[in-house]
Design a protein around this ligand. Structure first.
Ligand code: DUC
Ligand code: ZN
Ligand code: ZN
Length: 468
């Protein structure tokens, strides 16, 4: 079975060129000059004339059906990976969860059970270690050696739920330094935030905007710096700051990177486009739609400008979504009258490719950088490269044919995520996903789903390629 994508412009981090892509089975067989391969001999032909051919995008941060705040994220692996496919994302890396007192391997088995047979695209797992103890530390070694899980998320926030104290963080970092794994850090000072939350509620400040105001940039910056210093004590353990939103936290990452440290960071589309005032501060309870942590930041400060700059300078290496959707009805509504009870999360797995392409059109990033931050770097960062993240012979034939002349309307009426609202309702972006190919199979074409549930495979990952 061969598939030919012809007439397109292949885009990768190292350049852009007119080229035809020949796929044999599940992998890319060759890339040739336009017209080099015979269309008559291909089983399937995809016309990419006037369009970009990019590697299938990789969302390295999703939370399908995550139990949180008395409910669970509303996308299952089925609905979430289907939405991902529509948006040109052909790989997700989701977070399996271990909580205090639980066995890490049991948490992993539970995540495999949720995902197996459900996914439209390929998937891997990071592991959240919510209870760092002797057994959990041993389990980290076992997951790296046997399970293809090479990254572990720790929390400096959510006391009593996920939080690790500094001693636990240091011990996990020491283990990661030894086995080569990446520590992913939710860097917010949770105990200090909880004080501010209690004080706000005591003053009668219950609206969603207080979620943001009680999680100020200083408490993201403090935790980010602390994580960086703790990693230095663990002999420069590889550290990846997730969902970075504040300029001050970015400055700490940039300083560490300038010093040559194994420190990396991601941001998310919501921090690049949405703000504390315009979304979280929407009238009444509307702002609940945008309650996520870290929170949206003030438009009167430098955050968005600095985040785009960080993407250009590589102080921010990746854009992931932190896809963690909750419906307004019966989920976000749990926090009516008390912002601290609003489940934290925004759904966005379907729109990252388009929202970041808008960044190209707006002049914030180059075309090549777009591909790098949505596909190539996540693959290299999390041990999937060169199988994923690049259009090259031998790589999985995960391809997106992207139409720069198209437009994408974002809204609840058209999206495929299991959410009763859209965080980007009414937004229209330049560009449109036309054809999505996963391991040689057209799974979405012009807005029509062709892939089937269960075709997505679990990916065992290697170590990050960025470590020294
Ligand atoms: N942040 C969120 O917004 N949701 C889930 C967990 C997290 O860290
Ligand atoms: Zn987090
Ligand atoms: Zn997350």
């Amino acid at each position: 079975m061969t598939l030919l994508v012809h007439g397109g412009t292949v885009v990768g981090p190292s350049g852009t060129f007119l080229g035809d892509v020949l796929v044999d089975g599940e992998t890319i067989a060759a890339i040739g000059a336009p017209g080099q391969f015979s269309a008559a001999e291909a089983t399937t032909v995809v016309d990419a004339t006037g369009r970009y051919v990019i590697p299938g995008a990789i969302d390295a941060h999703t939370h399908m059906q995550l139990p949180f705040g008395g409910t669970a994220a509303s996308d299952t692996f089925e609905t979430g990976t289907r939405a991902a496919a529509f948006g040109g994302t052909t790989t997700i890396i989701d977070f399996a969860v271990q909580r205090t007192g639980e066995v890490v391997q049991d948490g992993l088995a539970a995540w495999h059970a949720k995902a197996a047979g459900q996914c439209y695209v390929d998937y891997g797992f990071h592991m959240i270690v919510g209870g760092v103890d002797d057994d959990a530390l041993k389990a980290m070694d076992q997951l790296v050696a046997d399970e293809g899980i090479t990254s572990f998320k720790l929390f400096m926030a959510y006391p009593g739920v996920f939080l690790s104290d500094d001693g636990q963080i240091l011990r996990a970092m020491q283990v990661a330094r030894e086995n080569g794994a990446m520590i992913m850090m939710h860097a917010e000072n949770g105990p200090a935030i909880d004080v501010l939350v209690r004080q706000a509620l005591a003053r009668g400040e219950t609206d969603p905007i207080y979620h943001g105001l009680t999680r100020p940039p200083a408490l993201e910056a403090e935790a980010t710096s602390r994580a960086i210093w703790l990693a230095s004590v663990a002999s420069d353990c590889p550290l990846y700051i997730v969902h970075l939103s504040a300029s001050q936290a970015l400055a700490a990452v940039a300083e560490a990177r300038d010093a040559g440290r194994n420190v990396f960071a991601e941001t998310c589309p919501q921090y690049l486009y949405l703000t504390l005032e315009d979304q979280l501060g929407a009238p009444g309870f509307e702002g609940a739609k945008w309650v996520c942590s870290t929170p949206l930041r003030s438009k009167h400060e430098s955050h968005q400008r600095d985040l785009w700059q960080g993407l250009r300078t590589n102080d921010l290496s990746v854009v992931s979504t932190d896809h963690c959707p909750f419906c307004m009805k019966e989920q976000k509504e749990l926090g009516l009258g008390d912002f601290s009870k609003i489940p934290n999360g925004i759904g966005g797995v379907e729109h990252r490719v388009d929202l970041l392409y808008q960044g190209v059109v707006d002049g914030n990033i180059s075309l090549e950088r777009w591909v790098e931050i949505i596909a190539t770097t996540p693959a290299r960062m999390f041990g999937l490269y060169p199988r994923k993240g690049i259009v090259a012979p031998g790589s999985d034939a995960d391809l997106v044919v992207y139409d720069p002349a198209g437009r994408t309307q974002i809204g609840v009426a058209t999206h495929h995520m299991n959410m009763d609202y859209s965080a980007y309702e009414g937004v229209e972006t330049a560009g449109r996903v036309r054809t999505v190919i996963s391991r040689g199979e057209v799974i979405v074409d012009d807005g029509v789903l062709h892939g089937v549930k269960g075709r997505g495979r679990y990916l065992r990952r290697g170590l990050s390629q960025y470590l020294v």
